[in-house]
Design a protein around this ligand. Structure first.
Ligand code: MG
Length: 254
């Protein structure tokens, strides 16, 4: 009898520790794989919500007249966002036929859905324009009431430092610096390509020991997803959110 209750206690402990380390599922550019969806589209945001992700990652650029657009590449259909005016960018459509979303519209939809937001400000050619992109993104997130659910990410050191100084939100760095340097810069988590964590096997523990989180991108293969889960990372950014959710559910049921 005693042995059984000990077993139950051990199982409960294992379950508790598993749930404590379940990583957040971040849909990279939304859930864009299904038919009719597209990267960084409103449809991809809604789809991501429908499959139960924890967060949606998106990329933003500011144009020459101050509108912030959701798009990964610096151009859409050949129109370079940073140097185009708003009316020109607004005429462009995504591969699924949607008009390119403004950040304002994207956040308005996101505010009605469950997933958190992981907002990447891209590295602009013009650093002052990049500053304006950071400031506009922060203002819009705050106005949409999304600050408690938003994390900022960027490769740009300048944008990173501005986000740390001005957003009041978690800020994760995409450019892989040593854990101690990230801490000194005021980041809350590393958001590094899986290659860096494979190359530096102690970094995940080092980051956690410094009180920092770990986000890994872009993890799509089952063996890599399982490796990240086993390593105890905090966020997994993936193009395969449904696969990751399925793997996590299978692990919980074990
Ligand atoms: Mg991105």
């Amino acid at each position: 009898m005693k042995r059984i209750s000990l077993f139950i206690a051990a199982a409960a402990l294992a379950a508790a520790s598993l749930s404590a380390y379940t990583p957040k599922v971040v849909a990279h550019r939304g859930h864009w794989q299904p038919e009719g969806s597209a990267q960084n589209s409103i449809r991809a945001l809604v789809k991501a919500d429908s499959v139960g992700v924890d967060a949606v990652e998106l990329d933003v650029w500011i144009d020459a007249t101050g509108t912030v657009w959701v798009n990964h590449n610096k151009d859409i259909n050949g129109v370079v966002i940073e140097t185009a005016d708003s009316a020109t960018v607004a005429r462009e459509h995504l591969s699924n036929g949607e008009p390119i979303p403004t950040l304002r519209r994207f956040l308005a939809v996101a505010s009605e859905l469950r997933p958190d937001i992981v907002l990447e400000v891209k590295t602009h050619e013009d650093s002052l324009r990049e500053d304006a992109a950071v400031d506009a993104a922060i203002a819009m997130v705050n106005a949409a009431g999304l600050a408690p659910r938003t994390t900022y990410i960027t490769f740009s050191r300048r944008a990173f430092e501005r986000m740390v100084a001005r957003s009041g939100c978690p800020v994760q760095f995409l450019s892989a610096v040593e854990p101690a340097e990230l801490k000194a810069l005021g980041g809350t988590a590393a958001d590094y390509n899986i290659i860096h964590f494979r190359k530096h096997p102690t970094w995940i523990d080092d980051l956690h020991a410094l009180g920092l989180g770990v986000n890994v991108w872009t993890v799509n293969k089952p063996e890599d997803l399982r490796w990240c889960i086993d390593q105890g990372v905090d966020f997994i950014t993936t193009n395969e959110p449904e696969l990751l959710i399925q793997i996590l559910q299978e692990q919980q049921e074990k």
